[in-house]
Design a protein around this ligand. Structure first.
Ligand code: UFG
Length: 335
């Protein structure tokens, strides 16, 4: 099967490339390198012994994107390309609406024109807003979180409406919880440009000495130790989730959570990281981050029952692999 992965050189995309290529899929990547690095192609080659076909294309540029559909007989699309920084989306909402919505519409127009009827979309647990965990796919989505979250809700809606109009079209929306970890080789992982927004890439840079300490955003939540609780899930498990979604997809629209079903607090994650990796993580408790919620973890029964997908990797695996990637990345940066 020939699959186009938009945003395919990013943190999730690169791991999905590895899993799909390993299973014999032909993978085409469209990525404009806005938050990824061209070196990832060589890393994938080192892991898999081959590279995906790469196009430096912005999904918002319809004509450029169409080139890919004219050259390759695309059979499925995994759509990851999009901006994802929550705070930036509040400061610059038009950038987010413009980019995330336009890119998706362009892709869907091309899917329609070229008869591509298999589509996986990268959504987020953020669409649940602040509801009581475990969060279930049947729960209503909650508007009003932030423009980034709104784009996820809007795109889910666009996909559902399009699937109603085209009975041959199959789409699976995957709502990720908190992907961390890295490929066990340490060759690919999360390497955001600039100061990381998310906990794990910040934490590994503290462990590394790049930043003096971790800011922990609040210790007065109603949780086990007062710090925020999330459902951390290994990126390789998430990548495998995309493969089974592609394989088991039926016509019509469906939504699945990808998480472990377990909540871990920030302090628990820090302690596990220190224990497994034998490194110090200085931290300071600071004010809550605006927009954060106390607890978010998944109900994962639906993916288990209908996709036979379950996260296999433990929190220990996640912190070990994240740190291993950071260490290898340091070496690469020195070369
Ligand atoms: N946190 C810190 N210090 C940091 C960064 C994060 O204490 O430097 C805390 C947060 O307050 C939160 C937890 O660590 O309690 C996780 O924060 P992340 O920023 O790593 O992840 P979020 O849960 O805030 O957001 C993630 C994705 C979003 C997605 C959301 C869905 O980044 O894209 O999950 O729940 F929308």
């Amino acid at each position: 099967m020939i699959v186009l992965i938009t945003g395919g050189l990013g943190f999730l995309g690169s791991h999905i490339c590895v899993e799909l290529m390993d299973k014999g899929y032909q993978v085409i990547v469209a990525d404009n390198l806005s938050n990824s690095n061209i070196d990832v192609l060589d890393k994938i080659n080192l892991i898999n012994g081959k590279k995906p076909i790469f196009y430096n294309v912005d999904v918002c540029k319809a004509k450029d994107l169409e080139q890919i559909f004219t050259v390759h007989k695309i059979e499925g699309v995994i759509h990851l390309a999009g901006y994802k920084a929550v705070l930036e989306s509040v400061v610059n909402p038009l950038k987010y609406y413009n980019n995330n919505i336009t890119g998706t519409l362009n892709l869907l127009e091309l899917c329609k024109e070229y008869g591509v009827n298999r589509f996986v979309f990268s959504s987020s647990a953020t669409v649940y807003g602040d509801q009581v965990s475990p969060l279930h796919e049947n729960m209503e989505v909650k508007r009003g979180t932030n423009p980034y979250g709104e784009t996820k809700i809007m795109i889910e809606r666009i996909l559902e409406d399009y699937s109603h109009s085209n009975k041959e079209f199959g789409v699976i929306v995957l709502r990720y919880f908190n992907p961390i970890g890295a490929h066990e080789s340490g060759l690919i992982g999360e390497d955001p440009k600039g100061i990381p927004n998310n906990l794990m890439p910040y934490l590994t840079r503290v462990a590394n000495g790049e930043y003096p300490y971790l800011n922990i955003y609040g210790d007065d939540y109603n949780t086990i130790d007062g710090t925020g609780v999330r459902d951390y899930v290994h990126v390789v498990d998430i990548a495998k989730g995309h493969m089974v979604a592609m394989e088991k997809m039926k016509n019509g629209y469906d939504v699945f959570n990808l998480g472990t079903g377990r909540g871990t607090s920030v302090l628990q994650l820090v302690e596990t990281f220190k224990g497994v990796n034998n490194v110090e993580i200085p931290f300071k408790i600071v004010d809550r981050r605006p927009g954060d919620i106390a607890v978010a973890y998944a109900n994962v029964d639906k993916a288990s029952t209908l996709l036979s997908w379950k996260a296999q990797r433990t929190l220990e695996d996640m912190v070990r692999d994240s740190w291993n990637f950071q260490l290898r990345n340091n070496v690469n940066n020195l070369l």
